[in-house]
Design a protein around this ligand. Structure first.
Ligand code: 13P
Length: 357
């Protein structure tokens, strides 16, 4: 009997399309709680309708598909519709973008391990994946979080999260969905870049061991890791070149060449830094890397647009322009063609737009 009803070739084709042509993924899969947390400081109502209006703004941004290959949705969002009644998922497919879905149910306290989390969501996952596949989704996402301080992470935390990621990935491939495997070593803390790199290498090696144990086909998955960064509270903040060196070095050691794409999360970096760091890696190491080096950013693409929109219909066009700008910057970064000038010309344009308003 075929192990997977959907041919591995179909999964590999989708995975390759997700990182083809210099494009990347845009994560708009914030859970209701996280989305509301982002809305609150901007005075945006924390309602189903406000979340729908915001996701509609993103999905209907003209030209988004030039830079974005796939959109990661949340369960509430994948069931929503545009003002004219068109289901979001149809609008996304019609725009030439691959719809994806976040399927974990969040990071919960890991028993017996204070300050550590394990991501849940395996119970009933097979049925949920089948439903999402029939709705039109073609990839899924699961995020494990690893916090870093002087006494953590523990082996228990790394292994529990790696095993859950591998079981999720195997279930995805069985259902015909490309798993985006996201083990995130968090940026919060005082740790150094070297400590982040050391822990990330252990985490990635453990994840690939578990993926192998569960029979996951590497050709039909995408890895979504963190970059190697100093903790946000670390006094020494390395430059773009050191971050690029440490990140590519770690990935070359830990990520098998059969994986078609590595798509970074942004993890709280500014939009500009997330673009500049990705750019530097592609400028310096493109010819040495066996996988595409792409992006799967949430905040680093969305944040400026959200701050412009603020829940006001009158700001939709300006917010869409800001979103498109960040998406384009990251497409340029994939080609090693991003530079400061792109930010300055966009600033000039938004200044002119404000003056003529
Ligand atoms: P950030 O880029 O904001 O970290 O979000 C990416 C993501 O999908 C986290 O799971």
């Amino acid at each position: 009997m075929e192990r997977y009803p959907v041919n591995i070739k179909v999964l590999a084709k989708t995975a390759n399309e997700m990182v083809a042509n210099g494009k990347g993924l845009l994560a708009i899969d914030e859970s209701t709680g996280t989305c509301d947390k982002r809305f609150a400081p901007l005075g945006i109502p924390q309602t189903v309708e406000a979340r729908r209006a915001y996701r509609q703004l993103i999905i209907t941004t003209p030209g988004l598909s030039e830079s974005i290959s796939g959109l990661i949705l949340y369960d509430e969002t994948i069931r929503q519709k545009k003002d004219d009644g068109t289901p979001f998922i149809k609008a996304i497919i019609d725009a030439g973008i691959i719809p994806g879905i976040k399927v974990d149910t969040g990071a919960k306290d890991l028993a017996g391990h204070p300050q550590e989390k394990v991501t849940e969501g395996l119970d009933g996952l097979r049925d949920r994946l089948n439903e999402y596949f029939h709705m039109g989704a073609r990839f899924a996402k699961w995020r494990g979080v690893i916090a870093l301080s002087h006494c953590i992470p523990t082996r228990a935390c790394i292994e529990a999260n790696a095993q859950a990621l591998a079981r999720y990935a195997a279930l995805c491939q069985e259902a015909g969905l490309v798993p985006v495997v996201e083990p995130e070593v968090l940026m919060a803390g005082e740790h150094t870049l070297a400590q982040c790199a050391e822990v990330t290498e252990v985490v990635l090696c453990t994840v690939f061991l578990e993926l192998h144990a569960q029979g996951v086909m590497l050709e039909g998955m995408i890895l979504k890791p963190n970059m190697m960064l100093p903790g946000a509270a670390c006094p020494r903040q390395e430059g773009v070149d050191e971050v690029a060196d440490a990140t590519v070095k770690c990935l070359l050691r830990a990520v098998p060449a059969a994986v078609p794409g590595v798509a970074f999360l942004s993890g709280g970096q500014s939009g500009e830094l997330a673009s500049a760091r990705l750019n530097e890696m592609n400028v310096r190491f493109k010819s040495r890397m066996p996988w595409e080096l792409a992006f799967s950013y949430g905040r680093a693409i969305q944040q400026p647009a959200l701050e412009i929109w603020r829940g006001d219909q009158a700001n939709v066009l300006a917010a869409q322009q800001a979103l498109l700008h960040r998406a384009r910057c990251n497409r340029a970064a994939r080609r090693g063609e991003y530079n400061d000038g792109m930010e300055k010309s966009s600033e000039r344009m938004s200044h002119v737009a404000k003056q003529t308003h």
